[in-house]
Design a protein around this ligand. Structure first.
Ligand SMILES: Cc1ncc(COP(=O)(O)O)c(C=O)c1O
Length: 355
C-alpha cells in the first residue's frame, strides 16, 4: 500500500535540538504518519507535517479511554545506517492490544513500512551521540463523536517520532523501586497485557507516592494475593538468584515485553539459566537479606536494561548488591545495547534496517 507524502515547508520545520539537551519524550520531529478508519475500513495512509489534532469534546477516546499505543526505538549505527529493533513484534503486540480493546487491527507490513518511511523522511532527527535514539510512538485512538459506552466506529492510527536521551536522568546507573502494597496495576482478565493508556493512568497515584519518597519507579504486585512480583511501571523485571536469572512468568496481567523476551533468549545463549516463574516479594526480600539474590534489573524499550540498587517495601528499605551494577546485568546490557547500536554482530537477526 502506497503512503501519500506531504512534506513540511521550511517554515513548518522545527529547530533540531542538540543531542546534549535531549530528555525523554519532549521533542518531536517534522512529520507524522496518520490513517483513519471509517465504514469498517482503513483510509489512505499519509505522512504529513507534524500538526495538532482538532477533536470534538464528545470524541469517544476522551470519555472511555479506547486507546492503544506502542513504544519502539531506532538506533543509529557507526556507519550512519538506522535500524529498528524487532518491529514486527511491536506490530503483533499492537494488534493484540487492538483486539483486547475492540479496535481494528493494522496490517503489520504497513505498520512497519509507515515507521520506516517516516524515519527516512525525518532521519536527521536520529541522534548519533552514545546511548541516544529516536523513540517511536505508534498510537490508535477512538474518534467517533458520541457519548455512550460502545466501540467507536471511527479511529485514528498515527505515529510520531521523538529523539531521546536516557529514560532515567541517572543513565545506566542503579535506580530505586518502590513496591506498591496498597494499589494494583492490573487484574487477571483485565487489560494488563494490552498497551492501553488506562493501565498507565491507574499507576499514577502510586507513582506519585513513590516519587515523593524518592523512588523513580513502582514495582507492582499481583492483584489477588498481593505478593507475587509482576513488573515495574514501564519495564519487566528480572533478578539473579544463586547465579541464575529469574523473571515473573507471564500471567495475563503483565505486559509481554519485547525486551524481556529478547533478554531471556540472549541470557540463555550466553549460558545463563533463566526461569520464568512466580516470585513472592517476601521470598525475594529473604534472598536479598541472605545474599542469594545478588542482582535485580528491569528491562524495557524506553530504559533498556536498568539495574535496581534499592527496594522499598512496607516502610523498609533493602539494598541490592551494595547499589552497584551487577556482573550479569552489565553483561546482558553490553550484549543487548551492543547489538542495538551495531557495535557487536546481531546473531539473532533482531535488527531491521531502515536505510
Ligand atoms: C508496563 C510495561 N511493562 C513492560 C514494558 C517493556 O516492554 P518492551 O520491552 O516491549 O518495551 C513496557 C514498555 O513498553 C511497559 O509499559
Amino acid at each position: 500500500m502506497d503512503i501519500e507524502i506531504q512534506l513540511a515547508t521550511e517554515e513548518q520545520k522545527k529547530q533540531k535540538p542538540a543531542d546534549s539537551v535531549l530528555e525523554f519524550g519532549k521533542k518531536f520531529t517534522d512529520h507524522l504518519f496518520e490513517m483513519e478508519y471509517e465504514n469498517e475500513r482503513w483510509g489512505t495512509p499519509r505522512i504529513v507535517p507534524y500538526h495538532p489534532f482538532t477533536l470534538d469534546p464528545a470524541t469517544t477516546v476522551f470519555h472511555y479511554g479506547q486507546e492503544i499505543f506502542e513504544g519502539m526505538k531506532a538506533f543509529r549505527h557507526p556507519d550512519d545506517s538506522i535500524h529498528l529493533f524487532r518491529p514486527y513484534k511491536n506490530a503483533e503486540r499492537f494488534n493484540r492490544s487492538a483486539e483486547r480493546m475492540s479496535m481494528p487491527t493494522v496490517n503489520k507490513d504497513l505498520f512497519v513500512k509507515a515507521i520506516t518511511e517516516l524515519i527516512r523522511l525525518d532521519n536527521e532527527w536520529t541522534p548519533n551521540s552514545p546511548g541516544m535514539t529516536l523513540y517511536i510512538r505508534p498510537t490508535m485512538i477512538a474518534t467517533e463523536v458520541a457519548l455512550g459506552v460502545h466501540p467507536s466506529n471511527r479511529y485514528l492510527f498515527y505515529i510520531i517520532l521523538s529523539p531521546v536521551g536516557s529514560y532515567f536522568k541517572t543513565g545506566f546507573k542503579p535506580t530505586k523501586v518502590y513496591v506498591a502494597s496498597t494499589h494494583v496495576r492490573a487484574t487477571p482478565g483485565g487489560t494488563g497485557e494490552a498497551k492501553t493508556g488506562g493501565n498507565y493512568a491507574a499507576t499514577l497515584w502510586s507513582q506519585q507516592k513513590a516519587k515523593n519518597k524518592g523512588y523513580p519507579q513502582v514495582l507492582w504486585l499481583d492483584a489477588i494475593e498481593r505478593r507475587y512480583i509482576e513488573e515495574a511501571g514501564a519495564m519487566n523485571v528480572m533478578m539473579v538468584i544463586d547465579g541464575e536469572v529469574y523473571t515473573p512468568a507471564l500471567d495475563g496481567a503483565i505486559l509481554k515485553g519485547i525486551t524481556r523476551e529478547s533478554v531471556i533468549e540472549l541470557a540463555r545463549t550466553l549460558g545463563y539459566l533463566v526461569h520464568e516463574e512466580s516470585i513472592d516479594i517476601n521470598d525475594l526480600i529473604a534472598k536479598l537479606e541472605d545474599g542469594s539474590c545478588s542482582e535485580i534489573f528491569c528491562v524495557g524499550t524506553a530504559a533498556s536494561i536498568t539495574p535496581i540498587g534499592e527496594i522499598y517495601y512496607k516502610e523498609k528499605v533493602y539494598e541490592v548488591n551494595g547499589s552497584e551494577i551487577g556482573k550479569i546485568t552489565q553483561h546482558l546490557y553490553d550484549e543487548l545495547v551492543g547489538i542495538q547500536f551495531g557495535k557487536i554482530p546481531d546473531r539473532f537477526n533482531w535488527m531491521y534496517k531502515v536505510f
